[in-house]
Design a protein around this ligand. Structure first.
Ligand code: AP5
Ligand code: MG
Length: 221
């Protein structure tokens, strides 16, 4: 079975970054996390970062035009044999429509959309315990890994930190924004026959295994 282009869809904390990281260790993917790209732009104080920072800290979405432009720029550089793995994009209907048009223009087959279903309670719990590496972006959890702010990343030695938008108020806002702007994409992709739902609370190893199976052309249930 051929490898597929993939979109990971799901609420904040669903595991999009975690499973993207895991998948990349197994097969070649161009991983495009709009959140990671924007966080790097904020850290580097670029024009894009300056425009995005206030939205991100508050847990609001960055304006569509900015995000569509940055994905478009990367997608057009993709070789025909390369595969992409989108994480955190699209997250509005306008972004999904722009992506559908771009994929058709590039002559690629529509991607498989893996929707990682996770409850609100689990999201709040996971994000409260998430710690990230400032240097390489690796994702950890206090509960599972016993690593906390200020510890060193086991991968690269960088410093672990708590994302600013993982503060409780920003998390509440991100969940509300997700429900209003991103959840409609479940229907959008279902109607296009691109969606497969995976229970994101089914244990990390099992979810990773299922995602990898789907990436290699496994059949949706
Ligand atoms: P972004 O960085 O995309 O944040 P998000 O969508 O809110 O998702 P997260 O990164 O918080 O969660 P995740 O699903 O990657 O979970 P993770 O794997 O880390 O976006 C940030 C901001 O940027 C947005 O708010 C917005 O401002 C802006 N932005 C980005 N894209 C945009 C766009 N397209 N349009 C407009 N604005 C945009 O896992 C979470 C935790 O759970 C970790 O601790 C992990 O270890 C743990 N975990 C993962 N899986 C499991 C499991 N199965 N069991 C137990 N624990 C688990
Ligand atoms: Mg992420």
């Amino acid at each position: 079975m051929p490898q597929r282009d993939l979109i990971l869809l799901g609420p904040p904390g669903a595991g999009k970054g975690t499973h993207a990281e895991h998948l990349q260790n197994q097969m070649a993917y161009l991983h495009m996390s709009t959140g990671d790209i924007l966080r790097a732009a904020v850290a580097a104080e670029t024009e894009l970062g300056k425009q995005a920072q206030a939205y991100m800290n508050a847990g609001e979405l960055v304006p569509d035009e900015l995000v569509i432009d940055l994905v478009q720029e990367r997608m057009t550089q993709l070789g025909a044999e390369e595969h992409y793995l989108l994480d955190g994009f699209p997250r509005t209907v306008a972004q999904a429509e722009a992506l559908t048009a771009l994929v058709a223009e590039l002559g690629r087959t529509a991607a498989l959309v893996i929707y990682l279903a996770v409850s609100d309670e689990e999201v709040v719990h996971r994000l409260g315990g998430r710690r990230m590496c400032r240097k390489c972006g690796a994702i950890y959890n206090v509960d599972r890994d016993g690593l906390d702010v200020g510890d060193s990343c086991p991968e690269c030695g960088g410093e672990l930190y708590l994302r600013r938008d993982d503060q409780p108020e920003a998390v509440r806002n991100r969940l509300a924004v997700y429900k209003q702007d991103t959840q409609p994409l479940i229907d959008y992709y279902q109607q296009r026959g691109q969606l497969v739902t995976v229970d994101g609370e089914d244990g990390q190893a099992k979810v990773s295994e299922r995602v990898a199976e789907l990436a290699w052309g496994g059949q949706p249930d």
